[in-house]
Design a protein around this ligand. Sequence first.
Ligand code: HEM
Length: 411
Amino acid sequence: MRPGALPSDGAPDATLALLREGYRFIPDRCMRLGTDAFRTRLMGRKAVCLTGGRGIRLLYGADGLTRRGAMPPTVLRLLQDKGSVQQLDGAAHRHRKALFMAVLVEEDAAERLAEAFGRVWTARLCDEGEANVLAEASDTLAQVACEWAGFDQSISGDAALRKALVEMSARAGSVGPGTMAALLRRRRVERQLARALPGLPEGCPARRVATFEEDGAPLATKTAVVEILNLLRPIVAVGRYIAFLARTLAVEPEWQQTLSCADRVDIEQFCEEVRRQSPFFPMVGAMTTRKVSHEGLDLPSGQWVLADLWGTLQSQEAFPLPNQFHPGRQLSWRHPNEDFVPQGGGDAATTHRCPGERVTLALMTAAVRILCGRLSWDLPEQNLDVALNRMPAAPESGVLLSGIRRLDALS
Ligand code: HEM
């Protein structure tokens, strides 16, 4: 079916509707039109939007697509940026992706980051006695990520740099003066990191990126810094999942008791269900580089396509009673499938699927262990609503905790 034959949402331009409806934009239109794919126009460009497995298989399996030109420039510059692994295709992509897989999946990154985060965050929460989980976890992750990558105190101890790392993800979905300021702060961070590259210790993750060779030469400094930020920024963004899991512990407090003595597998299943329900990465985009025929869709060259991640995670068919929080679904990043796609689909080594899921789960598991096993805390009056028209979303209050004490200090 050519795009012209697909149902249209009928809007001359649906950009304002996307901003108004946020995460619900694609799934609600698909529901209304009784389809998994429809035509629309966003920011003046024709787009085909898909929800569910067909779209995931297209963006994480079909040939003839690229991520280049598929993201608004401010989103691209704040997140992956030009020249990054996400902007590469084919053999060049697989070669660069092998670096990320080696640094993040095959080695002990997850264990080291989780241990450091557990130690530093516990100490900070106890010292302060109260916390905004989103803000505190993100800032702690920024410190821990910089140290893990190999940077010294002049980088990891720089509060403005840590704040800039938090803002790169937090501001990516908005437009306006705040986003422009975040872009300027990103440029400053890039210059700071570039200056620090020569002093990095042998073998540390950031140095491995800086010395990674392509076509017989190390990456250009600009590209190396972009890729180092592609390690640091998303580790910091895990703070958002930690805020969502703290929200679940707050609204369904019985989980605190259940998880206080749970094993890794049970904690991971809780975290996976948090990832399924949490509105984080709404959709991913790609452009066709030639005519693409895919499961009944005939897309011309130069077609913009958007695959729905969050709506796919809420599918009735794949996840019965999707609004219910139910870790018994036994989801796991270890068993990729086309429905459970919080960080993309397909095979991480060969597609654009996120290489950071192992690290994400390890950090979320560490946070559960702290919040359920190591500390006791109270929940002050607050607004825990999650607005689905803010991308990326978060619990309104950030999840405030008070009266934080070590559990062993209570006995
Ligand atoms: C915070 C939770 C995270 C979310 C929601 C997330 C989401 C995603 C998504 C949806 C993609 C696919 C983009 C596409 O298909 O074009 C992706 C790719 C990527 N992610 Fe993550 N991610 C997270 C954590 C991480 C972590 C912890 C790291 C590294 C430390 C990481 C590094 C990357 C990289 C380098 C890519 C590009 C992969 C490629 O193009 O082949 N992410 N992420």
